[in-house]
Write a protein that binds this ligand. Structure first.
Ligand code: PHE
Ligand code: FE
Length: 275
């Protein structure tokens, strides 16, 4: 474990200050997503929603939610005003602390907003943190981030986060399911990621993912599919990333839609949506 910096950017959630309208936005978003997710989200995600009793109405109180999360996997949840510097984020993860925005989007922004709000951060991320294997992956990622910082490879490691934690797919019982927080918290992308003919769906490969650019302005053009969370954890913990970072220095990046000869292609996307 590493020291959390003195300025750790955390603020009180101020749960009592949420208005009835703000709680109603949460309830609307929650009802929309849970209606759609049973056949689409990974079992681990659905179990997390249950274990954490996220169906309780209103924006969750982080203190109460942290107690449940702590009991499940030793993680806790703290509020921050918005995005925090990379080093601060990694230190929190390495210490099994997830930082979440405490504000909620307005009722006219249900489908799109640029900065992660409490619905994305809590509904999207926290259920997976109740899974023991994924919880260990996130903490290992935090330690990997501290190391990547010192190796000048943050861009590479950020891509791993993006294509797993934020937009990952998993193969479960012979079918694709979603577990990435950016997908499970989005009505449109929960359908698009699994059913639309436009995006590529490619077997997960560590180096390949760290070589691939991503887009932050619209649905992804490629998704990467892991075989299991155990395998994701094993692979990332047992691989020394330093030689991968070094090798990638000499290779060109891939664009979000590129396919390569080595890819295990599950769906070859038409890219019709993107073009
Ligand atoms: N094994 C990685 C390294 O050598 C650390 C890491 C673990 C990164 C898990 C991400 C996830 O840097
Ligand atoms: Fe996120």
């Amino acid at each position: 474990m590493t020291e959390t910096p003195t300025n750790d950017f955390t603020i009180p959630q101020n749960w009592s200050r949420y208005t009835a309208a703000e709680h109603a936005v949460w309830d609307t978003l929650f009802a929309r997503q849970v209606a759609m997710l049973p056949s689409r989200a990974s079992d681990a995600f659905l179990r997390g929603v249950d274990v954490l009793r996220l169906s309780k109405p209103g924006i969750p109180d982080f203190v109460e939610l942290s107690e449940r999360l702590m009991a499940a996997t030793g993680w806790r949840l703290v509020a921050v005003p918005g995005l925090v510097p990379d080093a601060v984020f990694f230190d929190h993860l390495a210490n099994r602390t997830f930082v979440a925005g405490n504000f909620i989007r307005r009722a006219d922004q249900l489908d799109y907003l640029e900065e992660p709000d409490v619905f994305h951060d809590v509904f999207g991320h926290v259920p997976m943190l109740a899974d023991p294997v994924f919880a260990d992956y996130m903490a290992a990622y935090g330690r990997g981030g501290q190391r990547a910082g010192s190796l000048g490879a943050l861009k590479r490691l950020a891509r791993l986060y993006w294509y797993t934690v934020e937009f990952g797919l998993i193969e479960e019982a012979g079918a694709l399911r979603i577990y990435g927080s950016g997908i499970v918290s989005s009505r449109g992308e929960s359908i698009f990621a699994l059913d639309d003919p436009s995006p590529n769906r490619i077997g997960f490969d560590l180096k390949r993912v760290m070589q691939t650019e991503y887009r932050i302005d619209d649905y992804q053009q490629s998704y990467f599919v892991i075989p299991s969370f155990d395998e994701l954890l094993r692979l990332t913990v047992e691989t020394d990333f330093a030689p991968l970072y070094a090798a990638l220095e000499g290779e060109a990046d891939l664009t979000p839609a590129d396919l390569t000869a080595n890819d295990r292609i599950i769906t070859r996307g038409t890219q019709a949506y993107a073009t």
